[in-house]
Design a protein around this ligand. Structure first.
Ligand SMILES: [Zn+2]
Length: 336
């Protein structure tokens, strides 16, 4: 019996739909709770090539809702842990882990050959960057968001539906939106959002059904049992899908520090590519604290400060109070 028999039998999928799913290339950006659900459902459904992009490592506080990971994965890059699990689930698909921060300098090679981009991110800047890229290159993407007990989801098909900037013309100022480390998140919410997003992914990939619900934002509150659809109109003055100004694609990222969703976690993007290899760096750090080499990264601990250093020179620094302290630790242990 074909492993996909239960979905091929569906009139919405069928043999042709399954072939389309099987030949698709899909990027999942962000492998937290929502991205994890999406990646697992797509892998089980037989999506041909999954590119998994995430910048972070697994922490104990992730395990409450991030279904791809277990206790043995803590400290590993999420992409490696996720790829291991997904290949155990379905070895007949290609899974490509990419432990990078998606930014304007690397978005083109990472997303250009994809048929569909799935949003598992936790911040509006990356979503606006994906939106600019997707509209510019006419690649569909699916927006997903989960916070507290509520979630949102919308499929964006460039040229056919409104884009995210039609819904939200400008990014809210930093700190204006609740982050999951402060507002919390009920673990059923990303499961629902991820399921809605994956269902829309199947509709887009199989193209066997008319896309009647596209252009609508689904908004729900799981605790209140409320489920609404908001019709989003295309804005005539949208700078992205009407004006074709892709400001997020030309943003400057070198030397950028970003506060991550996780108390006291700050990511530093290097000013220049790292000149030494991870092995050499591990040797240098050996006398200064506890060093663990995990695949394509180093975990370095000194007292309450912890640095996860990736082979592109990017680092996530935990246990710091602000950006200045993170930058100081970066230059002390890694370089300018
Ligand atoms: Zn727009």
């Amino acid at each position: 019996m074909n492993r996909y028999s239960r979905q091929i039998i569906l009139k919405e999928i069928g043999t042709i739909g399954q072939e389309r799913i099987g030949s698709s290339r899909i990027a999942v950006v962000g492998l937290g709770a929502t991205g994890g659900i999406i990646a697992e459902l797509l892998a089980r459904a037989g999506a041909g090539h999954l590119r998994l992009i995430d910048r972070d490592t697994v922490e104990f506080s992730n395990l409450q809702r991030q279904i791809l990971y277990d206790e043995t994965d803590v400290g590993m890059a999420k992409t490696d842990a996720a790829a291991n699990r997904l290949q155990r689930i379905n070895n007949g698909i290609e899974v490509e882990p990419v432990a990078k921060d998606l930014h304007p300098d690397n978005i083109e090679p990472l997303l250009k050959d994809c048929d569909l981009i799935m949003d598992g991110t936790d911040n509006i800047q990356t979503r606006f960057l994906i939106n600019d890229f997707a509209v510019k290159h006419a690649i569909p993407w699916i927006y997903s968001g989960a916070i507290g007990t509520s979630g949102m989801e919308m499929a964006i098909i460039p040229g056919k539906t409104p884009c995210i900037r039609c819904l939200m013309p400008v990014a809210p100022p930093a700190g204006a939106l609740p982050a999951c480390d402060i507002a919390g998140v009920l673990n059923t919410v990303p499961a629902i959002v991820g399921s809605l997003a994956t269902t829309d992914a199947f509709k887009i990939l199989t193209e066997t059904q008319p896309r009647t619900n596209f252009g609508q934002l689904t908004v729900f509150d799981a605790w209140e049992n409320s489920f609404d659809h908001v019709i989003v109109s295309r804005r005539e003055d949208c700078t992205c899908c009407e004006g074709h100004q892709f400001e997020y694609l030309s943003a400057r990222i070198r030397g950028l520090a970003t506060r991550l969703c996780g108390r006291g976690s700050i990511q530093i993007n290097p000013m220049r590519p790292m000149e030494i290899g991870l092995e050499e760096l591990a040797r240098r750090l050996h006398d200064l604290g506890e060093v663990r080499c995990i695949r394509h990264m180093i975990r370095f601990k000194n007292g309450s400060k912890e640095l996860s250093i990736f082979n592109d020179g990017r680092a996530i620094i935990r246990g710091v109070k602000d950006e200045a302290e993170a930058r100081a630790l970066y230059s002390r242990y890694i370089g300018e």
